[in-house]
Design a protein. Structure first.
Length: 185
């Protein structure tokens, strides 16, 4: 099982084998962490790799070379598409929310599997879907932590990267809760 940790900072500065991008289905360069990753990797190179793949469904991920991020020791970028939190109030909302939960877990799991299959030992994730896509931070943190802690593939290190203090706090809390639950079971 990989060791899961939580840090605060800019994911594009980390020296890990795989950096995860919070992508969109079209794999276009966007804002948020996606914009930062395209800038750091080289907009034209990464756009060319993404357009060669074409698209990626929500809840899944694809893998490209790291291009300019190779200067930090990064080998691959995984582009994970999390769900957009666009629920209407009312009947059926909880059922719809659980579908979005499953898609977010799928985005994390696909990323971990792709990284493992590419021979990576370490991977860093941003808080997928919690920015422009509007997924509630605490709910997303629980899913991120659970999916990473329960992953039993061949990786040594999984880093969950917060870009602000509130996200750091919820990720740390969820990791503590999950680890203490696992110890007592
Ligand atoms: N390092 C680490 N985390 C970051 C960084 C950074 N440099 N910059 C932002 N974050 P978002 P989403 C955090 O909006 O919600 C794009 O246009 C940010 O504070 O980047 O999945 C894509 O192309 C937040 O906690 O991703 C898609 O169209 C987290 O990263 C769409 O936005 C995710 O926020 C994806 O939206």
């Amino acid at each position: 099982m990989a060791e899961v940790s939580v840090v605060i900072g800019d994911i594009t500065t980390l020296a890990v084998d795989v950096i995860v991008n919070a992508a969109n289905e079209q794999l276009f360069a966007g804002g948020g962490v996606c914009g930062a990753i395209f800038d750091a990797a080289g907009y034209e190179w990464l756009t060319a790799s993404c357009q060669q793949i074409g698209s990626c469904p929500t809840g899944s991920a694809v893998i490209t070379p790291a291009h300019g991020l190779a200067a930090n020791g990064v080998r691959h970028i995984v582009h994970a598409v999390g769900p957009i939190w666009d629920l209407d109030d009312g009947e059926g909302e909880e059922v719809a929310a659980r579908l979005l939960d499953a898609q977010l877990a799928g985005a994390y799991r696909s990323s971990l599997e792709l990284a493992g299959a590419a021979g990576a030992r370490s991977i860093a994730f941003p808080a997928i879907s919690t920015g422009i896509f509007g997924f509630p931070a605490e709910r997303a943190a629980e899913i991120a932590v659970r999916t990473c802690v329960e992953f039993d593939g061949d990786l040594d290190e999984i880093v969950l990267v917060a870009f602000d203090e509130p996200t750091l706090t919820v990720l740390k809390e969820e990791l503590e809760v999950k680890q203490s639950k696992d110890l007592s079971s």
